[in-house]
Unconditional design. Structure first.
Length: 145
């Protein structure tokens, strides 16, 4: 499980350049922290959806320079994206705890992210085969996922 990264106001809007300059360093630091263990010797697989900031040519080149292999996902396919389940859990926690300020919101999100057990993430990821089969059975339409 990687770090929870809060997008900072002074970064401006989410562009491929901002993503490459501000978010990619977090990804690289995470990979470095786990180098030689779960991820393997200097390589990692990164799952991102097909948003333009993820698919920009310069970002793809940066991934290649850093030996990051990407798993491609469509931009709008929540049925195939297990992170959507994790985001829902975080949203539910925010709703339940009702933070009143931006600082409280960040604190709640960080606490909930820290409490999110790796075994739960693994359980969600193990549903990928069933997710794919459900999307195929629904001819690309909505599924229970």
């Amino acid at each position: 499980k990687g770090p929870l990264v809060f997008f900072k106001k002074d970064w401006g809007s989410v562009t491929s350049q901002v993503y490459r300059e501000k978010i990619l360093p977090y990804i690289l630091a995470f990979r470095e922290a786990y180098k030689g263990s779960v991820i393997g010797p200097g390589n990692m697989i990164l799952m991102e959806d097909g948003l333009l900031v993820h698919t920009a040519r310069l970002n793809q080149e940066a991934y290649g320079r850093h030996n990051i292999v990407k798993i491609w996902f469509p931009a709008n396919s929540p049925d195939l994206n297990p992170i959507k389940n994790i985001w829902k859990r975080l949203k539910d926690a925010v709703y339940r705890r009702q933070p009143r300020t931006a600082q409280e919101m960040r604190q709640v999100l960080q606490e909930e992210w820290d409490a999110f057990d790796l075994s739960e993430i693994s359980r969600i990821c193990r549903t990928m085969r069933a997710r794919c089969e459900a999307v195929i059975a629904a001819a690309g339409g909505p599924t229970k996922w």
